[in-house]
Design a protein around this ligand. Sequence first.
Ligand SMILES: Cc1cc2nc3c(=O)[nH]c(=O)nc-3n(C[C@H](O)[C@H](O)[C@H](O)COP(=O)(O)O)c2cc1C
Length: 167
Amino acid sequence: MFKGGISDQARTRARREAEAGDLAPVYRLAYVSRASSLFQPEDLQKINEQSSLRNAEADITGILIVDSGKIMQILEGREDRVRALFERIAQDPRHESVKQVAGNERSQRLLHCWSMVGLQTGLVSGEVMERYHDFHDHLSGVAERVEIAVEQVDLLKTISILSALPG
Ligand SMILES: Cc1cc2nc3c(=O)[nH]c(=O)nc-3n(C[C@H](O)[C@H](O)[C@H](O)COP(=O)(O)O)c2cc1C
């Protein structure tokens, strides 16, 4: 009997969805790169449109930040799909010095949708963007793969949220 709580049916459905989705292990890949001279301002919009469709089809979520030519992207999803997508992205001539900095299976997704930042990072405080630039510089310099910490993902999410606010 359903008495104001979650019905058994809903609970079962939620558990199945969790097993199949967010709580299932995901492969998380991160890279840094620099925009090349071919990267035009209108490319951001094009990449965003293309990515939101194609990534959703492949159940890949993630975040892409572009600011002052410094690019960072995190992708999460099934390992074979994420690797295949990264191979394609890495060949894209609109960026260079593409360096994978993280790639490992993790117990849960940290990024639940696809988002892209770059159009309006001017809305984000200088202090927050400075932290992004420091992070990018750090990752560009590391010799080995690193673990992207939850707090670092949160920094990217913060930039994403703030840059999406109406100006
Ligand atoms: C910085 C950067 C990030 C990109 N991210 C994605 C992405 O997440 N998903 C995607 O489908 N394409 C992304 N692209 C575009 C791909 O590199 C590629 O142009 C696109 O997938 C079309 O590939 P195709 O012409 O081989 O079909 C990105 C490109 C750049 C420069």
